[in-house]
Design a protein around this ligand. Structure first.
Ligand SMILES: *Cc1c(COP(=O)(O)O)cnc(C)c1O
Length: 464
């Protein structure tokens, strides 16, 4: 059992040894053959090179540890590692059924599970992607095809990928102001839609910076009045659908429930789905959008008339191993409130508990209440330049401590106006400054909250 690996999941080494043995046995069924000497490497050289790799990988931050509460990073679940590596020994390519029927079937199964989680009941079209970026690109590409010549509106706090991909697609992107909760201002959206310029609205359920949740239910109602398409970027927050109905301690239920009525949604299993990088997903409610992807290929799609995933995807080669990893993980932690939901719930509780500690403290202020598991808070100082300096000091001092005492946080840049909107009386002596940000995406964060809070307090510089 590896330190920091969940108990009962696996002893990873043994599982991997079995995987190598069993997949080699399957390969052996095709008969032995002499492997080419060009591929042979000296065992001693392999030892030395892998030792060097392990040593170089020490140059990392401790993503696995509860005292790492910085960015959206954590190691995959051991089940995902086993799934990925087992399939990778074969190396199927999920572009086409010719590239590996087994993992293509697994991909269709996990995509159907994701669709069911979002409430796409009657039908859906979707596939895994290598990232949330590519998944959003695909959704915006379809949006451009269904609403040609029209702009895409997204909140000012939406991921920068939307403006960037709109540029790639040659579509105008318009930022909609946010309210003091960091969510899209629906009144401002309504005024924009009245202009007739917009063809698609992007709603975000869990912004990357603040974890703010746009009111998808209200956005959807307004968009439908104007014949506007709605795409939901749930890359970060999508799996919170599983605990949205919790009382108390849940997250805003209505926006997550409303995703069922939207046109498309993106989710990143490599964020809250316990997967290694290389796993995003895009889902469409109308399977008819497949028509926008139409192409033929003289060198693929020959083994079957069934749908090949490459026929509904902009990416060509994709790791079948990513589908196997997600499939295996969801066998053990299904998309239910008691399955994967129980992995997200402690992080949500951690954010609420830490927010309460911050509110009770004289030395720190809550930037805004957490909507998901991302907490933003600031040193209680009179001027924005002082808030910035104290935040930067906590960040740097925490990372400089010895490994077993170190604290890893992130910062988030805010404007004086954004602070004032949230009721903070901080003099904006500079245009913007950093506050502290913590992503509490590991269930172990819950038990660590008192320790994390005390560590931040101890790292605060004395006020000048
Ligand atoms: C992470 C994220 C993205 C980008 O996804 P990648 O997987 O990093 O490419 C897009 N939107 C939101 C809301 C995200 O959190």
């Amino acid at each position: 059992m590896l330190k920091g690996m969940p108990a009962g999941a696996a002893d990873l080494g043994r599982q991997l040894a079995v995987a190598v043995e069993e997949m080699a046995a399957w390969m052996g069924e095709y008969g032995g053959f002499a492997t080419h000497p060009a591929l042979e490497v000296d065992p001693a050289a392999l030892e030395a090179a892998t030792a060097s790799l392990r040593s170089r990988l020490r140059d990392n931050y401790p993503f696995h540890h509860p005292r790492y509460a910085g960015q959206m990073l954590k190691p995959p679940h051991p089940a995902a590692v086993i799934g990925y590596l087992t399939a990778m020994l074969v190396n199927p390519n999920n572009h086409a059924l010719d590239g590996g029927p087994a993992t293509a079937a697994m991909e269709k199964e996990v995509v159907a599970q994701l669709a069911a989680m979002f409430g796409f009941r009657d039908a859906h079209l979707g596939h895994l992607t290598s990232s949330g970026t590519i998944a959003n690109l695909e959704a915006l590409f379809v949006a451009r095809e269904t609403h040609p010549g029209k702009a895409i509106a997204h909140s000012a706090d939406a991921h920068y990928t939307h403006a960037r991909m709109a540029h790639v697609l040659g579509v105008e992107a318009l930022g909609v102001p946010t309210t003091p909760s960091g969510a899209m201002d629906v009144g401002a959206l309504e005024a924009l839609l009245a202009s007739g310029r917009v063809g698609t609205v992007v709603a975000t359920t869990g912004t990357t910076g603040l974890g703010a949740v746009d009111p998808v239910h209200e956005i959807l109602a307004i968009a439908r009045q104007h014949g506007v398409r709605v795409h939901v970027d749930a890359a970060y927050g999508g799996f919170f659908r599983l605990i949205a109905d919790d009382t108390p301690g849940g997250v805003a239920a209505a926006p997550f429930a409303a995703i069922a009525g939207c046109d498309s949604v993106v989710i990143d299993p490599h964020k809250h789905g316990l997967q290694p990088y290389g796993c995003g997903a895009v889902l469409f409610r109308d399977p008819g959008v497949a028509g926008h992807y139409l192409h033929d290929s003289p060198y693929t799609y020959f083994t079957s008339d069934e749908l090949h995933l490459g026929e509904i995807s902009l990416e060509c080669s994709r790791a079948g191993a990513a589908a196997a990893a997600l499939w295996l993980t969801l066998r053990l932690l299904p998309l239910t409130p008691d399955g994967l939901g129980s992995v997200l719930r402690p992080g949500r509780r951690a954010a609420l508990a830490w927010a309460a500690l911050v509110e009770d403290s004289d030395a720190l202020d809550l930037y805004q209440p957490p909507a998901l598991d991302i907490l933003t808070y600031l040193p209680a100082r009179g001027r924005l330049s002082e808030v910035d300096a104290a935040s930067a000091a906590v960040l740097a001092r925490g990372m400089a401590l010895p490994p077993d005492e170190s604290l890893h946080l992130a910062t988030y840049t805010v404007t004086g106006a954004a602070l004032a909107e949230r009721g903070h009386r901080v003099e904006a002596d500079v245009a913007n400054g950093r506050v502290l940000r913590s992503v509490l995406m590991k269930p172990e964060h819950e038990a660590a909250v008192p320790d994390l809070h005390a560590a931040v307090l101890s790292l605060l510089p004395d006020p000048v």
